[in-house]
Ligand binder design. Sequence first.
Ligand SMILES: Cc1cc2nc3c(=O)[nH]c(=O)nc-3n(C[C@H](O)[C@H](O)[C@H](O)COP(=O)(O)OP(=O)(O)OC[C@H]3O[C@@H](n4cnc5c(N)ncnc54)[C@H](O)[C@@H]3O)c2cc1C
Length: 404
Amino acid sequence: MDFAYSPRVDALRAQLNAFMSVHVLPVNAAFQHALEQGRFPIEALEPIKAAAKREGLWNLFLPALRDNEPGTRLSNLEYAPLAEIMGRVFWASEAFNCSAPDTGNMEILHMFATPEQRTKWLDPLLHGEIRSCIGITEPDVASSDPTNLQTTIIRDGDHYVVNGRKWFTTGALHPNVKFCIVMGLSDTRADANPHNRHSMIIVPLDTPGVRVIRNLPIMQHFAPEGHCEVAYENVRAPAANILGEEGKGFALAQARLGPGRIHHCMRSIGQCEVALELMCARAIERKAFGKHLSEYANIQDWIAESRMEIDQARLYVLRAAAMMDLHGNKAARTEVSAIKVVVSRMQTRILDRAIQVFGAKGLTNDTPLAFFWTWGRALRFIDGPDEVHNRVVARAELRKHKER
Ligand SMILES: Cc1cc2nc3c(=O)[nH]c(=O)nc-3n(C[C@H](O)[C@H](O)[C@H](O)COP(=O)(O)OP(=O)(O)OC[C@H]3O[C@@H](n4cnc5c(N)ncnc54)[C@H](O)[C@@H]3O)c2cc1C
């Protein structure tokens, strides 16, 4: 496999880097300050989104655009290095309409939405006019095994009635959010096939009975747009809002998660590059006991190990992206699980070294390091914990030996 960036990708990387310098970095400090104050600065973001759209840096993540839809068609392999650049500033992806969870939601709507759902929900998402969230995880059950989910989605005439409680619903308090894709039980019979009992439904967040209970703080991760606990109490969503077929929620969840993990990994690699740059700059500039920190062997080791780990991880992610392009999401499943474990663990290791080189300052918000560490730690749960992904890799490996 050849992972050299094509001339088209190189041109897009240059364009994206320039865009970040002109439009994103100058407002970064003010943007982060607003987030720290608990306010999502939508007024700062909208002009950047408009500029990105004008420049064709829009919906870069979605390979399967139809003719009248806005965006730049790229393969997963082509998009990956662009996600790395966007990831360097953690809020930047939204400026290009490439942020989670909308990317995953747009992917499943693209694959499974009815024409009516497409007009009402997908088109405004593709144009960046609204945002969305996804409600799978629940406080009361181990949600890494979604057969446990207890929220119910029960047909009642022309509606489905949703009852339950979700948490970690990212973006539920974003100023532009309009709906949540909720996953729950539509077949409550205990003897039903555990993989055909769940459905996904589009729930507009202004429907009576939807209540954001609280925004969960995640260590240093400022998110006024929210990782929210949300109650659904007798929420009546039109039957036309069911996604795909009733009972096929598992298949939808699987279709949604593959490319998203590539995106998360590449954004993390961008953050690791920032950490390594900051680590080197600090080690060159700072003196202790008569020597620059960069002259100490242990710090040189940290720098060298970080460079080697990032380069290995990037190649691994690009290989998973290429497999997805060549053979489909299902065929790349083991690699996609593997990269999620490798990259999230790498992120906390590299960030930990960078924080150490910075001294106590590394723990403050004067640098992005503490935040990036938190993100790496969170990534060990987002889209499934390490242990579940390790199991996928181990099973694939054992299968090879059993088949011998
Ligand atoms: C920042 C952030 C944003 C998130 N955003 C969303 C969102 O938008 N929407 C959403 O629905 N969810 C979201 N999540 C939730 C995330 O997807 C879940 O936390 C994750 O799937 C794990 O589920 P759980 O927390 O219920 O852990 P549990 O299922 O309770 O698992 C707990 C632990 O059990 C162990 N374990 C589980 N399975 C196995 C196994 N097979 N073998 C060995 N050990 C095992 C692991 O150590 C695991 O960490 C988000 C989480 C974070 C941190």
